[in-house]
Design a protein. Structure first.
Length: 105
């Protein structure tokens, strides 16, 4: 279970349009992630700007990187993402299964 300080750090990192777009793109790419150049091209972001945003996302634990030859690949950290979602929904619907509840959680 994530601690509230970690959740706040992750949410703060995602509370910016470009970083949220980067993270969503990496989530859709799956565990293999994407090369930094591909991300820059898809989101039309300069490499310097992208690097700045990756630093913030990395410090929040939301992305991981790996070097393959001369390319750097970034991937969403699904463990942290799922921990954040679990933390946010821990008490959803008073502990009842929200899928069978009449409430919209």
């Amino acid at each position: 279970m994530m601690k509230s300080a970690m959740v706040v750090k992750a949410l703060a990192a995602l509370a910016q349009t470009t970083r949220l777009a980067i993270f969503r793109l990496l989530v859709s790419a799956g565990p293999e992630g994407m090369a930094a150049g591909q991300i820059a091209q898809k989101l039309k972001v300069s490499p310097a700007t992208l690097s700045f945003h990756f630093k913030t996302l990395s410090h929040a634990g939301l992305v991981e990187s790996r070097q393959e030859g001369r390319f750097v690949y970034y991937a969403a950290n699904f463990t942290v993402m799922n921990g954040m979602v679990d933390y946010l929904t821990e008490n959803c619907c008073g502990g009842a299964d929200c899928s069978t509840s009449s409430k919209n959680c």
